[in-house]
Design a protein around this ligand. Structure first.
Ligand SMILES: Nc1ncnc2c1ncn2[C@@H]1O[C@H](COP(=O)(O)OP(=O)(O)OP(=O)(O)O)[C@@H](O)[C@H]1O
Ligand SMILES: [Mg+2]
Length: 240
């Protein structure tokens, strides 16, 4: 469903990602890990068509993200690092607005907004203005807009950032429930979240792939004890 070959991004002379090759099968959830500045968000921005790559190819559902940006955007729900909210709108008017941007039929928009609002726990704040919401509710609204229309592919850049523990557990369960039906790439700094939701993990370090494997096999293949935790593997692979 997602194919990335030799993807490279330079910001002037800074190499943000360097020759990444990986793929995500339909229905798979890939955990995207790496220290700050490793290139996670940059990769996600390229996959969703928000940034052009310097070299290499990325395809979503068989469509090259650079050549067919609209076909790609139609298939992707994207939660960027900073949720793209219009502060003066209410949660409901914002979600209705995104639903119409996604060209959901107008008679389905209301029920679809209600569905994603319930999933992300924002039903009781639908009438409130976004600017006045707490950080966690803004994040929930960001996740809700990504889910609108049930796109086959979800690219979620730190979806549980800023959420309270209860909502974090709910969002985790929600993401887990998407497995099989949706293809998901999820970045996070919370390693247990990956252990709980993903089967496959990609660890980036300084723009390169430091590890890319099934979660179960990861410890063994990285020269650590089979029993090593994801945290131990992460620290070993990303040590300067
Ligand atoms: N617009 C930009 N101009 C120049 N350099 C940039 C730009 N955006 C990102 N970078 C650089 O690219 C590298 C990768 O950044 P990126 O945001 O992809 O990292 P990340 O893995 O998402 O980090 P974090 O965990 O902090 O979110 C960093 O060195 C960063 O400084
Ligand atoms: Mg980032």
């Amino acid at each position: 469903m997602i194919e990335v070959q030799h993807l490279t991004k330079r910001y002037r002379d800074r190499m943000a990602i360097d020759d990444l090759t990986f793929s995500v099968e339909e229905g798979e959830i890939l955990g995207f890990l790496g220290p700050n500045g490793a290139g996670k968000s940059t990769t996600m921005k390229i996959l969703t068509g928000f940034l052009p790559a310097s070299e290499g190819v990325a395809r979503v559902g068989g469509f090259d993200v650079h050549r067919y940006p609209l076909e790609v955007k139609r298939r992707i729900g994207y939660l960027p690092e900073t949720p793209p909210l219009y502060p003066e709108m209410t949660v409901e008017s914002y979600l209705r607005f995104v639903a119409s941007l996604k060209r959901l039929p107008s008679r389905e928009q209301k029920t679809e907004v209600e569905r994603v609002a319930a999933l992300t726990g924002v039903t009781h704040v639908l009438g409130r203005v976004l600017a006045n919401l707490s950080k966690g509710y803004k994040q929930r609204t960001g996740i809700a807009q990504a889910l609108l229309g049930s796109p086959p592919v979800l690219i979620l850049d730190e979806p549980t950032e800023g959420l309270d523990p209860a909502q974090r557990a709910e969002v985790r369960a929600l993401i887990k429930s998407l497995a099989g039906k949706h293809t998901v790439i999820l970045s996070t700094h919370i390693l247990p979240e990956v252990t709980m939701t993903c089967e496959k993990v990609l660890i980036l370090n300084q723009g390169r792939i430091a590890a890319y494997d099934d979660l179960r096999k990861l410890a063994g293949t990285q020269g650590t004890a089979e029993s090593a935790s994801l945290e131990e593997v992460f620290i070993k692979l990303t040590a300067a």
